[in-house]
Design a binder for this molecule. Structure first.
Ligand code: CA
Length: 242
């Protein structure tokens, strides 16, 4: 399908009469920052030490879940039982220490350009992250000047991704409706969250195969942030003209 048909089918299936992009809702880990390989490494190192079987892809797929949910998944799979609160606390502390010991996280190449393209088109840009990682959130003002005065983090929602609440909250902050927003996400659970919130959802395959994001329901999928950034002006124009 070409872009025009994709947008028409999105509009029809949602019952929207028009789309007027006013806000771009950006995920953080794996979208604005190249932090996912570090997280996967920190999880794998903890698993090796604790004798839990896992693969790095498990953590790319679980991205967006809380640490407690991820540890629960590992226990169910390895031991066929739930993790206790003590297990969660102890193992998550190890994972967090492993992550903190790594060099500083790098910007995702192309992400500044993608955010800039949205700002140039007059959109309000909003951060929507499941992370409570203050070190990265604090870097946003420097790395993305003027972009993310509005932020939704794990502290602002009761039900995180894949539930729609984080994106609904972001739209309330920006005072826009679902037909006035776009979502940019790199992970299947994040894509599901954007789709469930009724927003045109752009998947960017920065870690997993593009197919995984398409299967999660992404309306369009790009293979990298530079590709997303290059396509953004045309995409916003096509949405506006649909
Ligand atoms: Ca992400």
């Amino acid at each position: 399908m070409n872009l025009k048909d994709i947008i028409t089918s999105f509009k029809t299936s949602r019952g929207y009469t028009r789309i007027i992009p006013r806000a771009a809702l950006f995920d953080m880990d794996g979208t604005l920052y190249d932090s996912m390989p570090g997280h996967a490494y920190a999880w794998m190192k903890m698993c090796d030490e604790a004798g839990l079987q896992a693969t790095p892809d498990d953590f790319f797929m679980a991205e967006g879940r809380t640490g407690a949910d991820t540890i629960e998944m590992l226990f169910r799979r390895n031991y066929g039982r739930s993790a206790t609160a003590d297990d969660v606390e102890r193992l998550y502390a190890i994972k967090s220490a492993n992550f903190r010991a790594l060099p500083p996280v790098q910007l995702m190449p192309g992400a500044q350009e993608a955010v800039g393209a949205c700002m140039n088109a007059g959109l309000t840009t909003v951060l929507v992250t499941g992370s409570g990682q203050s070190s990265l959130i604090e870097r946003l003002a420097t790395d993305y000047p003027g972009a993310f005065s509005l932020k939704v983090s794990s502290r602002d929602v009761r039900h995180g991704k894949p539930r729609p609440e984080p994106y609904i909250r972001a739209m309330q902050m920006a005072a826009v409706e679902p037909w006035e927003a776009i979502v940019v996400e790199n992970a299947p659970l994040g894509v599901q969250s954007g789709v469930a919130a009724g927003v045109f959802t752009i998947g960017v395959a920065t870690g997993l195969p593009p197919q995984v994001l398409a299967e999660a329901g992404a309306d369009v999928v790009f293979t990298s942030m530079p590709e997303c950034a290059a396509a953004m002006p045309q995409l916003l124009e096509a949405l506006r003209n649909a």
